[in-house]
Design a binder for this molecule. Structure first.
Ligand code: 3PG
Length: 208
């Protein structure tokens, strides 16, 4: 799938970044997000359950597009693709990681935080990327300064963004969506409070 035919940045104004402890939890979260009008989920590969959760969501919740986040090595990219991820997101990039994500044939968002990294991604033929950690790296002010020098680059800023700060990012012409974990707070996940997650998802979906 070439990037020209797929815009990951157009799937949803907010991409929920989710950490799960079990495949069952992942399925329940995915259903709660769909109920709130969010059709995409990024499962971070930070817990042992992440790959199983991707597999389960891909099989049991076809209404949602499930991707893998925190992809940090070519091997992790391949594992996520084999588990059924529809897209990949990395927090940063190396030449090997970029090549490993390309090898999967999936659309992906490589992580960038500097102009040199943005140029590296553009040089490899990709225009969509993650900007991480967004708030700590200069936030809206930094992203707003980029179009003059890298007009083709489009971003999904992630890291420290909230429902309150998301609109200022989304108002930038070079931002297609934002990522964030605020839709799936750890205490709501632990308590199985799916209604709360559906409510948070509905608020995020309304930003579109
Ligand atoms: C990520 O993996 O992209 C970040 O952990 C998400 O950042 P946030 O938790 O500050 O939203």
């Amino acid at each position: 799938m070439s990037e020209s035919s797929t815009s990951l940045l157009s799937l949803s104004p907010v991409v929920p970044v989710v950490v799960v402890d079990s495949a069952e939890q992942g399925v329940s979260v995915a259903r709660a997000l769909v109920a709130g009008g969010v059709g995409v989920i990024e499962l971070t590969l930070r817990t042992p359950a992440a790959l199983d959760a991707i597999r389960a969501i891909a099989a049991e919740v076809p209404e949602i597009t499930v991707g893998a986040g925190t992809v940090t090595t070519p091997a992790r990219a391949a594992e996520a693709a084999a588990a059924g991820a529809s897209f990949l997101v990395s927090p940063g990039l190396t030449p090997a990681l970029l090549a490993g994500m390309e090898d999967t044939g999936l659309p992906f968002l490589p992580g960038t935080a500097t102009v040199s990294e943005v140029l590296t991604v553009l040089e490899a033929g990709h225009t969509e990327m993650k900007f991480f950690p967004a708030e700590a790296s200069g936030g809206v002010t930094y992203l707003g300064a980029l179009p003059t020098v890298v007009p083709d680059a489009r971003f999904c800023p992630t890291g420290g963004i909230s429902l309150a700060s998301a609109p200022s990012y989304l108002s930038l012409a070079n931002v297609g969506c934002v990522g964030g974990s605020w839709l799936t707070p750890p205490d709501a996940l632990a308590a199985g409070d799916w209604e709360r997650i559906t409510k948070l998802a509905a608020e995020a979906a309304a930003l579109g």
